[in-house]
Design a protein. Structure first.
Length: 80
């Protein structure tokens, strides 16, 4: 996969951060956080689709490359 725009990586990272904030929440707090995660997730999905259409790339491959880039960026070998 070719270069992934930084904006896609930032959007995916933001969605993952919102998802992670769901942990331990219940009731109204969970519902509010779920909506924030859902909004962030919809934004990254729309951006991935737009990028794939604009470049003629496979949407699936773009999404996988974005997720992989975010996962690898979060891994810190020094932490292990």
């Amino acid at each position: 996969m070719a270069d992934i725009p930084d904006e896609l990586i930032k959007l995916e990272r933001s969605a993952e951060e919102e998802r992670a904030r769901l942990a331990g929440l219940t009731g109204d707090e969970y519902d509010e956080q779920w909506r924030r995660w859902r909004t962030a997730s919809e934004a990254v999905q729309a951006a991935i689709t737009a990028h794939a259409e604009a470049t003629g790339a496979s949407r699936y491959e773009v999404e996988q490359a974005v997720k992989c880039a975010v996962r690898h960026a979060q891994e810190d070998p020094a932490v292990e």
